[in-house]
Design a protein around this ligand. Structure first.
Ligand code: IVH
Length: 709
């Protein structure tokens, strides 16, 4: 009987021999599925199918206990695909932190805040400083004092529901006394060094995989589908922040942390209030000196403005608060041999040199590739042409020093000339694209050499496609970087528009796709449905998805909000000429759009091949206009100009607040201006506004209008 047929026999009907064969088949299948899931991000079977197979295995074992294998999938605790934790939309986004790498960055953090708030250099401004725990963040929701939900960070907006697992963590209270009716507590789940070693020892004894570091162990343990496994993994939790609350916890950060401690949370004992930068830095050094004896991993110190009213005024950039920063510990270093320098070509044609290294452990992680930045860097010069590393160049065969800071890509820092092989030759940076053979040129002022092949360059095309399907862009389920690469090689997808032709193409010959490893009838139809679901898509995602140079996620949002609809945006880009005319002026008048980005946009829309490809894509889509973020605000969607002296707000604060309310802030008055906010000393802008009949109000009028008076 073939394997295929065995899988169809009901468990009650299996003979001993068949059961043993079936257990062997399932052990292999589930092991493969595990590897595919964890090794690559492309599972071979669906989560539901995985669960069904695992259940069948367990049921056969229950009926034939004597046949249970020593490598039974039932006992494999380390790694199983999530049959999907349910998703949780956070009531308030979980943010990340900006980084400071040295004392100077910390000084600038202080100055930036003062300038935003309009505080003099000697005005009092207190901060808190506390260790940055190297674990994973968790948001706990308490309603009427009861823990009702625990969610991982996910992408910040949507996380995974891990409530059952969080309940097994001793540091997390199930009930609170005296808490606000609604309280979201945020903090870090981590594993102590001691528990980590013991866990790895147990894993080893059981023949299971060791975890690379405590953070991975904590993440793997928290994200177990089976809460009884989480329960046996000693996880801990420090509370350091909060999300939605029905009543304020305190007036200061320090006060709020004390309140969380009173409510029964563990808070970090090294949290201090500091009155100035010097005290922050002294506390940083103190924490750094204790780092090795803390018993858990930390990777820096977090500074936060203490006064919560000031935190509220400072607000957020797109993903990070203005009122906090992470001061990272210096990077970890190691020496190894440079085996080769490869050149990778990116989506915008940039030729990036990548160091291939003899693998070496840097701070607990094995590193075998590192970036070499660009050709000047290899030659020992920085972007201004000045010497770095005393002008030492880097050659294949050299001993090089590699470092990692945080999660960033490892970098090559230094070279040991005393170990340089006699035969080592200076690196010859290519002047043609290694992927398509087109000329690779450096424009003046650009540190990067770029392929001029544009759309004919396969590397650029593939990278563009990967970007197109990535998270902030079209984010098509089942179509990740790997699949796009494969479809490109097969000649099925050459440009974004082709993605939307896939179904028509395979409607007739679905067999072709199904013959591909990893694709079945169900997954193919699922893919087509996921693609169709993206035919209606928001304008900002389309702009971002085009993958134009200098146009990132937040710029795309800005452009979408400014032009509102695809038609408006496209017409403006078509009309604009680089450096001149009304459409160009309007484009660079958008606050946050500089000339470099504007030129990149306009050039793309005037390049024949690129434009045709954009048009083909747009023909497949129904692009949804973008609404201003806060439609309830009276200034949402309005174009506002500030001029003259503001007395109650700094310019930066006024602008940030206006943008948070959905207004566009422009630097100059034009026919498109809706409102001029003029303080004392307003000059030509007020005059122009009067000529154009633009409504003009003073600072108090503005504060009343937006409800901040
Ligand atoms: S505060 C709005 N405090 O670091 C500020 N974060 O790089 C929210 N982290 O996602 C974060 N220790 O997971 C804060 N003492 C601490 C922290 C901390 C670790 C993590 C957190 C965050 C990440 C940002």
């Amino acid at each position: 009987m073939s394997e295929q047929d065995l899988s169809r026999i009901e468990i009650e009907a299996l003979s001993d021999v068949q059961a043993a064969a079936e257990l062997a088949r399932l052990a292999l299948l589930l092991r493969r599925a595990n590897t595919a899931y964890h090794g690559q991000d492309a599972p071979e079977i669906s989560d539901a199918d995985y669960d069904a197979q695992k259940q069948r295995n367990a049921a056969i074992e229950a009926r034939f206990p004597a046949l249970k294998r020593s490598d039974s999938p039932t006992d494999q605790v380390g790694a199983q695909p999530s049959a999907g934790f349910s998703k949780v939309t956070h009531a308030q986004r979980l943010l990340s932190l900006g980084n400071a790498f040295d004392d100077e960055d910390v000084g600038e953090f202080n100055t930036r805040i003062r300038s935003f708030l309009g505080l003099d250099a000697d005005a009092p401004l207190a901060f808190t400083a506390e260790p940055k725990i190297d674990g994973l963040s968790l948001s706990l929701r308490y309603e009427q004092g009861h823990l009702v939900q625990a969610a991982t960070r996910g992408d910040g907006a949507v996380g995974e529901n891990v409530t059952a697992n969080a309940r097994t963590i001793a540091d997390i209270p199930h009930t609170l006394t005296g808490a606000p009716d609604l309280l979201e507590v945020r903090g870090e789940v981590y594993m102590s060094h001691e528990d980590f070693s013991a866990l790895n020892k147990r894993q080893e004894e059981a023949g299971d995989k060791r975890f690379a570091n405590p953070r991975n162990a904590a993440a793997g343990s928290l994200r177990q589908l089976d809460a009884t496994i989480t329960k046996n993994r000693p996880l801990r939790f420090f509370a350091y922040a909060w999300g939605a609350v029905s009543a304020p916890l305190a007036q200061t950060q320090m006060g709020a942390i004390d309140r969380l401690a009173t409510l029964g949370f563990q808070t970090n004992p090294l949290t201090r209030r500091c009155d100035d930068t010097a005290t922050l830095l002294a506390h940083y050094r103190d924490i750094e000196a204790r780092r090795a004896t803390l018993g858990y991993d930390i990777d820096g110190v977090v500074y936060k403005v203490d006064d919560l009213a000031l935190q509220a005024r400072l607000g957020f950039r797109s993903t990070t608060p203005r009122w906090a920063i992470a001061h990272k510990f210096p990077a970890e270093l190691a020496w190894t041999r440079l085996e080769a320098i490869d050149i990778q070509v990116g989506r915008t044609g940039a030729l990036s040199p990548v160091a291939r290294l003899t693998p070496v452990t840097v701070g607990g992680v094995v590193v075998s590739n590192a970036t070499l930045h660009n050709e000047d860097y290899i030659q020992g010069r920085d972007s201004k042409g000045e010497e770095i590393r005393d002008g030492k160049d880097i050659r294949v065969g050299d001993w090089v020093q590699v470092y990692r800071a945080g999660d960033v890509i490892p970098k090559v820092k230094d070279v040991d000339l005393s170990k340089r092989p006699k035969t080592a030759q200076p690196f010859d940076f290519p002047t043609t694209c290694p992927e398509c053979g087109s000329d690779a040129v450096r424009e003046e002022g650009d540190a990067v050499r770029r392929c001029t092949g544009g759309i004919i360059c396969p590397a650029q095309a593939v990278e563009k496609l990967k970007h197109f399907v990535s998270r902030g862009a079209f984010d098509i389920d089942g179509l990740g970087a790997k699949q796009v690469e494969q479809f490109y090689l097969d000649g099925w997808i050459k440009e974004p528009a082709d993605i939307f032709h896939l179904k028509a193409r395979f409607g007739r010959g679905l067999q072709q796709l199904k013959n591909r490893e990893g694709w079945g009838d169900k997954s193919a139809h699922k893919l087509f449905a996921a693609i169709d679901a993206r035919r209606a898509i928001a304008l900002n995602r389309v702009i971002f998805g085009l993958g134009l140079r200098h146009v990132g996620d937040s710029s795309a949002n800005l452009l979408a909000r400014s032009y509102g609809s695809w038609d408006g945006f496209e017409a403006a880009m078509t009309q604009a000429q680089v450096g001149e005319g009304e459409a160009w002026e309007a484009l660079i008048a958008i606050d946050g759009v500089g000339e470099v980005m504007a030129a990149s946009l306009v050039t793309a829309f005037h390049q024949e091949a690129e434009r045709a490809s954009i048009d083909r894509l747009v023909a497949e889509l129904e692009i949804e206009p973008v609404e201003a973020p806060s439609s309830e605000s009276p200034v949402a969607g309005k174009t506002v100009v500030f001029t003259g002296t503001l007395e109650k707000l700094t310019r930066a604060e006024a602008k940030a607040r206006a943008e948070a309310l959905g207004a566009k802030v422009s630097g100059s008055v034009s026919g498109k201006t809706d409102l001029l906010v003029a303080g004392p000393g307003a000059g030509s802008k007020a005059k122009k506004a009067a000529e154009l009949g633009v409504e003009t109000i003073d600072e108090d009028g503005w504060l009343t209008l937006i409800g901040d008076a």
